[in-house]
Design a protein around this ligand. Structure first.
Ligand code: 2P0
Length: 356
């Protein structure tokens, strides 16, 4: 009612994504511009997503942020940049139920409260910052009446929060084009194909450890850019060709090619971590046993049945060529890593069912 304090609120959910051609290394730290393009698959939000509520009210005295129920500082450049860019694009918004209109100019002085939760381990190498910033930008766009589209400016704003977040604004198979422009306006994500384009593909995630990683992606990639000659070679000589090959493999649903490139790119990414000084270890013994299991299976089958990829942590994301192979993979995982063993996985995710 007129004269009384009011709050406007929006809640959104955004999924995590897993790169099959990895982003590792920035050419511009402030604008988060990568040294190579990357390709990812957006995951099922039922299992891996962030849910974020954003609220604005004249009763709020500062911007505030809660992550998984705990208040954290919103003073970091990344949050400040995202909020600034979204405020600059806000439009007149009518507050439902009251009919009051928040004018475009008011958004610059209205403070925002943000509460975000993940339904999966934070910072364990399952792209929690990707889901988090994509969700924040999406929720703010709803709150502030921002009209830009997700493939364009909004993707570039999510990128200012965390590089991989620009890929989580889109579903299915997504490419983040590294771009050429100094201001980053062409460093955005575009969709290569809808999820339904290749719905035979089954994704299984083996949560090897939900512990926080020791080296954050942000500092790890800085060290790699500074010290790894292999990373420079990878970005200049290897990735551009792989991007083309991967785009073709996805378009033609060529699993053998998809699997070959996915595994090779994961392995090269971890090789660049090892080539960093001091070396960074994200994989553990369980991760290496999983790689062995898939490599042996594919060799015996004569052609790839399963692909694996690991981000900045020991957890495996595996792609099975179809549902039958997915079920067989799960059986082999449970046999090799029984729930009571040291390498007990806390959770497997297969398609739309959660097991264990
Ligand atoms: C990726 N990763 O392409 C790669 C593969 C981890 C390994 O994107 O500094 O959290 O916020 O841009 O996006 C993790 O890096 O790093 C990542 P910032 P981000 O998914």
């Amino acid at each position: 009612r007129e004269g009384e304090p009011w709050v406007v609120m929006k809640t959104a959910r955004a999924p995590s994504n897993i790169a099959v051609i990895k982003y590792w290394g920035k050419r511009d730290e402030k604008l988060i511009l990568p040294i190579n393009s990357s390709i990812s698959v957006t995951l099922d939000p039922e299992h891996l997503s962030a849910t974020t509520t954003v609220a604005a009210s004249p009763a709020f005295h500062s911007d505030r942020l809660w992550l998984n129920g705990k208040e954290v500082s919103v003073e970091g450049e990344r949050y400040k940049n995202c909020l600034r860019e979204m405020r600059a694009r806000a439009t007149d918004v009518e507050v439902e139920s009251t009919g009051r209109v928040i004018k475009k100019e008011e958004w610059s002085s209205l403070h925002i409260h943000i509460a975000s939760e993940n339904n999966f381990p934070t910072a364990a190498g399952l792209a929690s910052s990707a889901a988090g910033f994509a969700c924040l930008v999406y929720a703010l766009a709803q709150l502030m009446g921002v009209k830009e589209n997700y493939e364009g400016e909004l993707s570039a704003i999510a990128r200012l929060g965390s590089g991989s977040a620009c890929r989580s604004l889109l579903g299915g198979f997504v490419k983040w084009n590294m771009g050429q422009e100094a201001d980053g306006r062409d460093s955005i994500a575009t969709q290569l194909a809808e999820h339904s384009h290749w719905d035979d593909l089954v994704i299984i995630i083996a949560v090897v450890s939900s512990r926080q990683k020791e080296t954050s992606s942000t500092s790890g990639m800085q060290e790699s850019v500074r010290t790894s000659p292999l990373l420079k070679f990878r970005a200049e000589e290897v990735v551009p060709k792989r991007i083309e090959q991967m785009e073709k493999a996805i378009k033609s649903m060529d699993f053998a090619e998809f699997a070959k490139i996915t595994c090779a790119d994961s392995n090269q990414f971890h090789a660049t971590c090892l080539d960093t000084s001091p070396p960074i270890f994200y994989l553990n013994d369980t991760s290496r046993r999983l790689i062995g299991l898939v490599e042996r299976w594919n060799r015996h089958a004569g052609e790839p049945q399963v692909a694996y990829t690991f981000d900045a942590g020991p957890n495996a994301v595996m792609f099975a060529r179809n549902k039958e192979v997915g079920a067989e993979l799960l059986k082999r995982l449970l046999y090799q890593f029984p729930p009571s063993s040291d390498a007990d996985f806390s959770r497997y995710v297969i398609g739309d069912q959660s097991i264990l």
